[in-house]
Design a protein around this ligand. Sequence first.
Ligand code: WTA
Length: 653
Amino acid sequence: MTEQSPALDNLLTESRTFPPSEAFSAQANATADFYAEADADREAFWAKQAERLHWDTKWSQVLDWTNAPVAKWFVGGKLNVAYNCVDRHVVDGHGDQVAIHWVGEPGDNRDITYAQLKDEVSRAANAFESLGLSAGDRVAIQMPMVPEAIFAMLACARIGVLHSVVFGGFSPTALRSRVDDQAARIVITTDGQYRRGKAAPMKANVDEALEGAESVEKVIVVRRTGDEVPITEGRDLWWHELVDGQSAEHTPQAFDSEHPLFILYTSGTTGKPKGILHTSGGYLTQAAYTHHNVFDHKAGEDVYWCTADIGWITGHTYIVYGPLANRTTQVVYEGTPNTPHEGRHWEIVQQHKVSIYYTAPTLIRTFMKWGNEIPEKYDLSSLRVLGSVGEPINPEAWIWYRENVGANSAPIVDTWWQTETGGIMISPLPGVTSTKPGSAQKALPGISAKVVDDQGVEVGKGGGGYLVLDKPWPGMLRGIWGDEERFRDTYWSRFRDQGYYFAGDGAKYDADGDIWLLGRVDDVMNVSGHRISTTEVESALVSHPTVAEAAVVGATDPTTGQGIVAFVILRGNAVDGGEQAVQELRNHVAKEIGPIAKPRQILVVQELPKTRSGKIMRRLLRDVAENRQVGDVTTLADSSVMDLISSGLKSGK
Ligand code: WTA
């Protein structure tokens, strides 16, 4: 079934386990009986988790699944998400607690207390309302990791406006398609951003994207780098001019539990990104519950740091909503991990006494490459829980993380989830689970996941197959913006008879019944934890005038998990497939999608391997890209194609 990558093979022979220390277990938020409690009555369990939030009106029903696959959670309940993440903590007497230790890349700092956060969010909410925004409208945000990005998200939530954050590295074309898809009325950005010690433009990107964009009325610009930017009269407004003079008083209105909170675009198997829709009450419940238990977070004591960017779901759920709902003190860092030196993260951990650190395997492998002596130079003794997300973590990286960052004692939580799931689904519970390097292990209490075969039948211990989620969960997506059919097709048609959500991942049970994730089984690549579809990159390539046809595969990469390898056939009159042409194509993809989608390698070929029905056989191309013996070619329309490709590559043609 799944086309397993060789790098994952060692996952299946890993047998070490690491039980939690007694001391950790004794103080842990989560206990082993959570599983039984949730199994006994799932809805009662989730209702209890929802009590963690402030509801203006209590729900009358926990779950309404009659209109499946569109769930309603906490039916009839009303709440304000921003109130829950901000005001509530001030009302409870914690206004002076630092919410955000913001660390700018060039070395500037800003500590923001919950009281200050409340003022900032209220001012921004007043400003947005002064522009005529009201509940249900959409605002697109393309910003670096500056505090205003978080203020803007929370201000939207406060007034019931949907935000749609677009990762700062996405191209004008990518931003524009997202703005158009949701008909955003306002776009928020910055003049520029700091990247690897230099100021890079941001507003220019937005200007290019918005040329002729009809839905957009205003562009709000936060001053960050101070670089001069062109201002379009009548459309562009400076954040400080618009927001700073507003009143810091703003009365939050309670919205229905199912009121939409945000849209976040993610790659699917077709070229067009999907606008994943999340709503309020269920999403926030799962965000807060998982953050509290998976990271063992203690409000007012821990200092938490999630290194994701707010442009991804991890930034939404585990920088903004979950942590702030739980009154977390957290570090938010603007820049890259090696600016100005490779110890930057550890320096920040030491300075702020970070106790919970959540990052991605690709970064852990990068740290390994930089060398043990770098973390060794810093005092990391404050760290007590370590997290991983974004892709399967290989046992070597897991062990390195444990030894060099976690002093051989901090539990590691390998958290499996997706943009669509809204929050963590499969993960060890620190203090409860004996962890295994490379395995996300168990669905959390209240969550149900299974590994099934082609027919949707659960496989036994030691068996492999497809990962499905067989019961609705509070943070689940409520749809794809503007495309209900695609929502049903993408997630619910593969195992329609059983009513299972198909995650798109391959997985396996070990002898203990623990789950090991094996990577995507569809045409979605995972590059440094970022989802990019093969079709998206192929479309970008064929939009270049010299390219006739393109096929893209994700090939195993020691640092980024997968690297993008493209095979292109050039048009007849563009015979030059030399270095320069390849460079131009790589840049073209970066321009069309964003630098994260730049192929690691582009190979010019004469033919592509296709089945008789014309489907490109990526499996064979992956063999070539990973320098492996090419697999079974019997289903190819022309079985000599692979020889042609291999010999062409050898001779440099
Ligand atoms: C992969 C990121 C293995 C998986 C939160 C999933 C993982 C996709 C893990 C979702 C993990 C994420 N172990 N694989 N711990 N975490 N994935 O939407 O393939 O950006 O389907 O959400 O990342 O990526 P997304």
